[in-house]
Design a protein around this ligand. Structure first.
Ligand code: FCB
Length: 455
């Protein structure tokens, strides 16, 4: 990790970016809301997973989290006071469809309606993510995203939400990180629902992409001037060496990590080489699915955290390609993720070259460090501030080189429930004291505020 003694990068300034650039922070429902049993909310796959011993490192869950369900006015105030002009949040499906079929739950709709009004009152442009991993457990009990019927259930949810909020929310993200939903949740198994079957994972990925594609025209039908996109978790992928075996392994990994999602979204279908590599694990694709998935969108959301280095490893499931941990001495965060701002520049320029996706937004980027409250009651998170500064510089470099990026959402507004890591890992620009629910802006958040004010 870097130390406080590391030299400060020369600071980026707001005027390095267009005057209409969007500046936001991002959060997600299960990670911050709490109120897991309130106003009719039903169990999600994350409630079930977190209640399963050994799945979440500190044995915690999102049952209370940041209690944002009750404290949201204060949290939106933090965003406004930081000078943000946009805010990315997600909608908890289990608050909206609380029983088999039937009507949406009015209390759930009312919560998001109040939340959106609160954003608009504070000058925060709402960016709604429709699926950030909290599937109703009742749907998982019927196969979850592996079951094609979940696509229809999702569309009913999307219809309800866009009818409810479409007069005030123009920006819609259909899915957050389908790779994680599919591969981490259904093959690697360390996220909900915790399955470990590769074929299931690829069918899940297909149904998630299909639900995205089918949602696009539905959102447009319900929302005047809708702006619709998807947020992908993307990584530059490098080979561990120049040996042909490693180069081939990196290409196999990249085929699944990057092209498996981007190729069908931009009308190319699933990459042939990856289809051959996965063999029998290929998903069932019905006629018309690929056309649906390729529905034109208005933007691409890019979530960037770190690059990956890949080595050939015969037999390593699923593609005989292993992602190596960062080499000793590499600058890493408290997650063990490599700090590589130049990876953001590289990634954005590659996407632009490969797909010309139109406007791109950084829908997540951020870092985890072991924050401490000091004797003055402050969280002086020098490393996170530095991470933020360096990634904004890398972003400005990418834009100057031709990547059409129109906004940046820092992950995250608040410390929160970091999935399998529970509350052991903090990503917020605002510190949460979970015992008291006190909010405390960290140095990184103060720096972002100063940057946005042009100080
Ligand atoms: C992303 C997730 C987000 C958060 C960050 C650290 O993959 O979308 O919810 O957990 O990682």
């Amino acid at each position: 990790m870097t130390t406080a003694a590391s030299p400060e990068p020369s600071a980026p300034v707001r005027s390095d970016f267009a005057s209409d650039f969007l500046w936001g922070c991002a959060t997600s429902s299960y990670q911050i809301e709490g109120a897991a049993r309130e106003d009719g909310r039903v169990e999600s796959i994350w409630d079930r997973f977190a209640a399963t011993p050994g799945k979440v490192k500190d044995g915690s869950s999102g049952a209370i989290a940041c209690d944002h369900y009750h404290r949201w006015p204060q949290d939106l105030d933090i965003g406004r006071d930081m000078g943000l002009n946009a805010y990315r949040f997600s909608i908890a499906w289990p608050r909206i469809f609380t029983g088999p079929g039937g009507q949406p739950n009015q209390k759930g709709l009312d919560f998001y309606s109040r939340l959106v009004d609160g954003m608009l009152e504070r000058g925060l442009q709402p960016w709604a993510t429709l699926y950030h991993w909290d599937l109703p457990q009742s749907l998982q009990d019927q196969g979850g995203w592996n079951n094609r019927a979940t696509v229809d259930a999702y569309l009913a949810f999307v219809d309800a939400m866009t009818r409810c909020l479409g007069d005030r929310v123009q920006h819609w993200i259909t899915h957050n990180e389908p790779w994680c939903t599919a591969i981490i949740g259904n093959f690697e198994g360390w996220h909900a629902p915790g399955l470990t079957d590769f074929k299931t994972a690829l069918q899940v990925a297909h149904h998630v992409l299909l639900s995205h594609g089918k949602a696009v025209p539905l959102i447009r039908a319900n929302v005047a001037d809708a702006q619709v996109g998807i947020a992908l978790s993307l990584h530059p992928v490098h080979a561990a060496s120049a040996m042909p075996e490693d180069l081939a392994a990196a290409a196999r990994h990249d085929g699944l990590r990057y092209r498996w999602f981007l190729d069908p979204l931009y009308g190319r279908g699933y990459p042939q080489a990856t289809l051959e590599a996965i063999g029998d694990a290929a998903p069932v694709v019905l006629p018309g699915d690929l056309d649906a998935i390729a529905a034109p969108t208005d933007f691409l959301g890019v979530n960037y955290y770190f690059p990956e280095t890949v080595q050939d490893d015969p037999g390593h499931a699923p593609l005989s390609a292993r992602v190596l941990p960062p080499a000793p001495g590499t600058d890493t965060t408290f997650m063990g993720w490599e700090v590589a701002p130049q990876g953001l520049t590289e990634l954005l320029l590659r996407i632009e070259q490969d797909y010309h996706p139109g406007p791109m937004y950084i829908t997540e980027n951020g870092s985890c460090y072991a924050d401490q409250i000091n004797a003055d009651g402050e969280v002086d998170d020098v490393e996170r501030r530095r991470y933020l500064m360096r990634h904004l510089q890398a972003l400005a470099t990418a834009i100057r080189a031709g990547a059409p990026v129109k906004g940046y959402f820092a992950w995250s507004l608040l410390d929160n429930f970091e999935w399998a890591e529970g509350y052991l890992k903090r990503f917020g620009l605002t510190h949460i004291d979970y015992a008291t629910q006190q909010r405390r802006l960290k140095s990184s958040g103060k720096w972002y505020r100063g940057f946005l004010r042009g100080e």
